[in-house]
Ligand binder design. Structure first.
Ligand code: SF4
Ligand code: SF4
Length: 400
């Protein structure tokens, strides 16, 4: 069993408090006792199932603490493991069940004729009538609208030239159900670089919403299924590439931190974030540099879950090849952290954390805001009325 499993990292804690100094939730509210106490300290020293640090509920799993830790303690994952312990003896609420199971809901909606349209109308009424608020969701927010046609249904109608070089796209739920245009841009870019894109309809949601909401057993089922499929593709020599930074982090790192078997490490070697993959092509001299100059200026909000992958900022290097001037926003976490900011009781914390980023975006000294994470894009849109896009949508324009 691997020593990267989170429970083996807690004893490395030096009590330096670097994680606390870098936790955006601690900076936003007084009630949170912080990563050092909630993660390594409490993870090692609890004495019974009932001995729960209640302020654990405030952790958003943004992973800023992990990046700040000089000892390699997987603080955020220790928090998520303790959260799952909590739910062994405490029932989930209705809203927790709902926000953890977005994939289940989307699958249901896709089976109903015009289901996406009816759901979008229903969500608008739900918001206007204050129903979301009563359920425990943040009534201030729009729920993400379903695309009329899911990306996986559009996929079969997208013409690609069969080549000897193939990748499998792990679409992620948000791209599949809400922003299929990101998937179409992904295909255009990969085709331009000589790769035929396949999809595997047997993949589940990566499990991130389940982990953060304490459904660890279900997340494990998703991990086992996804990893078995990734390993099958690996045997065929076909890499798995995703345009979602939270999915890539889960597939590459969080599975083995949570569950600790060697198969999770092995599968991780066959998974790439989209721009990481393109940068590898660039390093090998295989990147298609036949790009139309775009002469755009983009403000880049780097998602926390991309920073946690320690792969640098490959989108910046690649977009600059297309004549795009990219400036990073350098304004910290956006605050939404997946489903965290959708909860009524976390909305204000989420908006307080995002305030610095919103101010930066409102300066409007750019043509477009870009970010690789779907929920970061939603948060920026909500906090500024400026709609960001995925950096691969910009790159796709250069291959027109
Ligand atoms: S994951 Fe984020 S919110 Fe949770 S303890 Fe770490 S820094 Fe704080
Ligand atoms: S940063 Fe790491 S070593 Fe320092 S207190 Fe936090 S968990 Fe412990």
């Amino acid at each position: 069993m691997s020593d990267t499993k989170a429970i083996f990292t807690g004893d490395r804690c030096l009590s330096c408090t670097s994680c606390m100094a870098n936790c955006p939730v601690m900076a936003a509210i007084k009630d949170y006792r912080g990563p050092k106490l909630v993660g390594p300290a409490h993870g090692r020293m609890h004495f019974s199932q009932e001995d729960i640090e209640t302020s654990l509920e405030f952790c958003s799993n943004c992973k800023s603490c992990d990046r700040a830790c000089p000892s390699g303690v997987a603080v955020s994952t220790l928090n998520m493991l303790r959260r799952a312990d909590y739910y062994k003896t405490h029932p989930h609420t209705q809203v927790e069940d709902m926000i953890a199971h977005g994939e289940r809901m989307a699958n249901l909606i896709r089976k109903i004729p015009f289901g996406a349209t009816f759901s979008n109308v229903g969500m608008s009424f739900g918001k206007a009538l204050g129903i979301f608020n009563k359920l425990g969701l943040a009534g201030e927010r729009n729920m993400p609208a379903y695309a009329t046609t899911a990306f996986k249904d559009k996929f079969n109608h997208i013409k690609q030239t069969a080549t000897g070089k193939k990748i499998v796209m792990f679409t992620g739920c948000f791209v599949n159900d809400n922003e299929p245009q990101v998937g179409e841009a992904f295909i255009k870019v990969m085709n331009a670089n000589g790769y035929e894109v396949l999809i595997d309809k047997g993949f589940n949601c990566c499990g991130s919403p389940l982990v953060v909401t304490g459904y660890l057993d279900e997340a494990r089922q998703h991990a086992d299924n996804n990893v078995a499929r990734i390993l099958d593709w690996k045997k065929k020599g076909i890499p798995v590439v995703t345009p979602c930074t939270s999915c890539s982090l889960m597939l590459k790192e969080e599975y083995h931190e949570l569950f600790g078997e060697d198969k999770f490490h092995e599968a991780a070697q066959n998974v790439y974030d989209a721009f990481e993959f393109l940068e590898i092509l660039q390093e090998r001299g295989e990147f298609n540099e036949n790009l139309k100059p775009l002469n755009q200026k983009c403000l880049y909000h780097v998602p926390c879950h991309l920073k946690s992958q320690a792969i640098g900022l490959p989108a910046v290097d690649i977009l600059e090849e297309a004549g795009v001037k990219v400036q990073t926003a350098d304004a910290g976490c956006c605050g939404i952290s997946g489903n965290y900011g959708f909860r009524k009781d976390k909305y204000e914390i989420s908006m307080k954390i995002g305030a610095k980023l919103f101010e930066r975006v409102k300066q409007k000294d750019f043509d477009k805001v870009i970010s690789d994470c779907g929920t970061c894009r939603m948060q920026i849109h909500h906090g500024t009325d400026i709609k960001p896009c995925h950096p691969i949508e910009i790159l796709a324009l250069a291959y027109a």
